[in-house]
Design a protein around this ligand. Structure first.
Ligand code: GLN
Length: 197
């Protein structure tokens, strides 16, 4: 399988390393032609304001939305989750891609030095997963049809809507692979469906 990692900005390299641990080929995606042949896409953490500017500059904003609506599995982490959301409640300067039925609040857990790690129970996984929250957004509203896979203090932090997954935390920075494995299952299904289409 080939998994694209949006490599315009942010911690794309850590996602590539996590995929390498799972013996999965990572493709750095910066332009439209890089989408050819990928079975899924990861939007890494970083700065959503910058993502928004760079997506526009690369002419990828509408293209990416169409790809995801067309069935391409996507996993957004932190800033990536913000980009996928339907609405950012405390942001007026840019709009998200709007494919995932969640409303988010940026930087909801405070500043960089208030970053923290914690272990979370995740639906479908036997062991707890070590997760890092780095200037993370909070998911303040979840639409019908969005499944909550993990919560922190009762607030959703990992969600899934069909082939779209989003976490407000990071696991890729310590080489934890469990959440990525969940995503790769989605990508396998997409690949199988496409084969028989
Ligand atoms: N604070 C960033 C934003 O709002 C997200 C931080 C991250 O991706 N770790 O875009």
């Amino acid at each position: 399988m080939k998994i694209g990692v949006l490599s315009l900005q942010g911690d794309f390299f850590e996602h590539e390393q996590t995929l390498a641990r799972l013996k999965t080929q990572a493709i750095e995606v910066r332009r439209k032609e890089h989408f050819d042949g990928i079975n899924g896409l990861i939007i890494p953490g970083g700065e959503s304001t910058v993502f928004s500017i760079l997506l526009k500059r690369q002419g990828l904003e509408v293209f990416l939305r169409e790809k995801i609506l067309g069935g391409l599995p996507v996993f957004g982490t932190c800033a990536g989750a913000i980009m996928l959301s339907k609405k950012i409640v405390n942001e007026k300067n840019f709009s998200p891609i709007g494919v995932l039925g969640i409303h988010v609040k940026r930087n909801s857990y405070g500043r960089q030095n208030e970053s923290f790690e914690t272990n979370l129970k995740v639906k479908g996984l036997k062991h707890e997963v070590k997760c890092f929250f780095i200037r993370a957004p909070e998911i303040v509203k979840v639409d019908k049809g969005v499944e909550v896979l993990a919560r922190l203090e009762n607030k959703p932090v990992l969600v899934k809507q069909g082939h779209i997954m989003a976490s407000t935390f990071h696991t890729e920075i310590i080489g934890e692979t469990a959440i990525h494995e969940l995503f790769l299952k989605e990508c396998e299904e997409f690949r199988a469906e496409k084969k028989f289409a």
